[in-house]
Design a protein around this ligand. Structure first.
Ligand SMILES: [Zn+2]
Ligand SMILES: [Zn+2]
Length: 290
């Protein structure tokens, strides 16, 4: 848990975890113990087609979860967590049915690792009720695979009207290099299922590989603050070219981007000296803010 400059609490979590209940290398108990030992405040166990039980272990909140998948007319993996019951979905269900099932059971629906899945933005924008999507997924990267980062793909979908809260997750399978690279910090008043889910849906989430950042829109500027100091902050919008997208230095603690009327969205990434990146959420500069 991190306390920010305003005194808010940000709980550390992993929202996508496999165990021996599907194709993960360790048992649910071992997974929970491992993340607890690493200082995680909450973990969602999200096995393929297996709804795990919620619980608590030594101060770590365990969220129920599941991952549904289908590879017909594209590859879709939908992770759900915080479910109040097993929706009883049968294999063969399409992506919209997966999302609807998770939400009908009181869970949050996440379109997982869109870059790894080679997701098509025109298909993404047709899905209804996608609460979150993963901008970073650990196991989709080195040395297990090669597309951990989905920011560019999600940017394209966002220019087409896609809207989702950004998360990061380990998607832990091997319990080797796939641990501790895809982290979320969630700003919540207390460590309960209800408070964590509400905060995530509200976008009070910092997805990161390590560093913690704060961001805000202040007087027409998108402002990113890096308490621990970063090497660079880069801003992303719907425009191909912006003249001031990069702030860099040995220890950047604040970077500002002036939001132009042509910027329909703005987000940022801050990278530290170890090459680890923290991501902001999207700020939508339009009348229909979400
Ligand atoms: Zn998956
Ligand atoms: Zn997974």
């Amino acid at each position: 848990m991190i306390t920010d400059s305003k005194g808010n609490k940000w709980y550390k979590g992993n929202l996508h975890t496999h165990t021996t209940s599907s194709d993960g290398a360790v048992s649910p108990g071992e997974a929970i113990k491992l993340y607890n030992g690493l200082g995680y405040d909450f973990v969602a166990l999200t096995d393929h087609w297996h709804v795990n039980e919620p619980g608590e272990y030594n101060g770590t909140l365990i969220l129920s979860g599941v991952e549904y998948d289908i590879s017909v007319d594209g590859c879709y993996h939908v992770v759900g967590y915080g479910l109040e019951r097993d929706p009883g979905l049968a294999k063969g269900a399409g992506p919209q049915q997966m999302i609807d099932a998770v939400r009908s059971a009181g869970g949050i629906a996440t379109l997982a690792h869109p870059a790894w899945s080679l997701q098509r933005p025109d298909k993404m924008v047709q899905l209804k009720g996608v609460d979150c999507t993963e901008i970073y997924n650990s196991v989709s990267g080195f040395p297990f695979s090669a597309r951990p980062y989905s920011g560019t793909l999600i940017d394209v979908a966002t220019t087409m009207g896609f809207r989702a809260v950004l998360t990061a997750a380990d998607d832990t399978h091997y319990y080797k290099e796939d641990v501790g690279r895809g982290i979320v910090y969630v700003k919540a008043a207390e460590l309960t299922r209800e408070a964590i889910l509400e905060a995530i849906l509200n976008g009070d989430v910092v997805p990161t590989n390590g560093p913690f950042i704060e961001w805000a829109v202040e007087d027409g500027y998108f402002v990113v603050r890096c308490p621990s100091g970063c090497r660079s902050v880069q801003f992303f919008t719907n425009n191909y070219y912006n003249p001031d997208t990069t702030t860099r230095g040995d220890c950047v603690r604040e970077a500002r981007f002036r939001i132009k009327s042509s910027d329909r969205f703005v987000r940022a990434e801050a990278t530290d000296a170890d090459g680890k990146t923290a991501y902001t959420q999207y700020y939508y500069n339009d009348p229909e803010k979400t």
